[in-house]
Design a protein around this ligand. Structure first.
Ligand code: NAD
Length: 379
């Protein structure tokens, strides 16, 4: 009988894919999520506790009521420009809340953790590809708040029986090929998401920031990883720790880069839509090329990616976004109805099966983001 696995942020984009894979692999999963950017309906397996990591009493109660064998820690805030504007909030949610979680692990004797880190901890890499021993010099509060969390985990592990796998993600994209889960917010700033939005007429154009980089076509190059492969890396990392192996810090990427123009052309090809592309100024701090050295993760935990294909990443992103747009159209109609009738109270997380519209609402907690996008789409 396997022990329970705690997944913080398991209602979010990446966490929900990991929860699904853990559930399919027979793990007993408990998700702890405040649903600020995630959705209860993205949790396809296990139990969902709606709670905030800053609520230490409630978090401790979750540890007391469940005997966790390991923790997978996804919950975080992750919008880089917001982290520049609100650094204290980012250190609070990303670093202080990791400390809260480690305190609970300490008290409950949980000795295995897998932490969602990011290539942003490397900042502007001086050599390529980026290896796990490359210098960590993050250039924004988001990257620094995640690096501080890494330090917390490593320092605590040195002083205790905790073992960890820290996974540093490169550019994550795609959605579950089955179409049940994906990134919920349509307000994305990542290139693949933005280009898919343009193909679906959610955005009028795609901007290329910088066309004079020293790359083969002058545009920036990044390493894109399919969320399904990233999810399977977590399952592999968990099995690795369960076998008693030592702590690791591992890059998660394919070790192969695509330029901005290549991504845009592929989105046009797959969608069949020739959307406008505008060349804009270089953004300060944008490196020409960021690709991972992905050898260590394959060697150490035996990770075997299955979706290493830009076309597949784009295809699943487009399919998911189309589904989301359909749901949001219903949502907008529902809002109009309720405004007109002025009689229905939204009861989030309650009576979810009462009618279809309430299901849609619980699927879309980031409505404030999506409403901004949709009037443009509908016009
Ligand atoms: N998406 C990417 O491209 C990317 C790249 C590198 C690293 N990461 C890391 O991966 C992790 C997951 O990212 P994601 O893209 O799935 O984001 P996401 O916003 O979809 O998921 C984060 C989840 O955490 C929850 N959450 C946030 N703060 C919480 C709190 N205080 N208490 C409880 N729950 C809270 C949110 O409701 C959400 O469900 C993050 O740690 C992020 O730093 C993401």
């Amino acid at each position: 009988m396997k022990q329970k696995i705690l997944v913080t942020g398991g209602a979010g984009y990446i966490g929900s894919h990991v929860v699904r894979q853990l559930g399919e692999a027979g793990y007993d999963v408990v998700v702890y999520d405040n649903c600020s950017t995630g959705s209860p309906q993205s949790v396809l397996y296990g139990k969902l506790i709606i709670g905030d990591l800053s609520d230490i009493d409630y978090l401790e109660q979750a540890f007391r009521e469940n005997e966790f064998g390991a923790v997978l820690h996804f919950a975080a805030s992750l919008t880089v420009p917001d982290s520049v504007k609100y650094p204290l909030d980012y250190y609070a949610n990303n670093t202080r809340n990791t400390l809260n979680l480690l305190n609970c692990c300490d008290r409950a004797g949980v000795d295995k953790i897998i932490f969602s880190s990011t290539a942003a901890v490397y900042g502007e890499p001086k050599t390529l590809p980026v290896t796990e021993s490359s210098a960590t010099e993050p250039i924004n509060p988001y990257g620094r708040s995640k690096l501080c969390s890494e330090w917390l985990i490593k320092d605590y592990a040195r002083a205790s029986s905790l073992r960890y796998v820290i996974l540093r993600y490169f550019n994550v994209a795609g959605a579950e090929p089955g179409g049940r889960i994906g990134q919920i917010s349509l307000n994305t700033t990542h290139l693949i998401g933005v280009a898919c939005d343009a193909a679906l007429k959610l955005k009028p154009e795609v901007k290329i920031f910088g066309t004079n980089f020293p790359t083969f076509d002058g545009t920036g190059i990044r390493d894109y990883i399919h969320v399904e492969d990233l999810a399977s890396a977590h399952v592999d990392a968990l099995r690795y720790l369960e076998k008693g192996h030592e702590s690791q810090t591992l890059n998660c990427g394919y070790g192969k880069g695509y330029s901005v123009r290549q991504v845009i052309n592929k989105v046009k090809e797959i969608s069949g839509v020739d959307f406008p592309v505008v060349e804009a100024d270089y953004r300060c701090g944008d490196p020409a090329c960021v690709t991972s050295c992905a050898d260590k993760i394959r060697q150490v935990i035996g990770w075997e990616p299955q979706y290493n294909d830009l076309g597949e990443i784009i295809h699943t992103t487009l399919s998911w976004k189309k589904k989301l747009i359909g749901l949001q159209r219903n949502q907008i109609q529902y809002q109009a109805q309720t405004q007109y009738q002025n009689s229905i109270q939204f009861q989030l997380h309650q009576n979810q099966n009462q009618n279809q519209n309430q299901n849609i609402i619980t699927l879309l907690p980031t409505l404030s983001n999506t409403v901004k996008v949709l009037p443009h789409y509908c016009s």
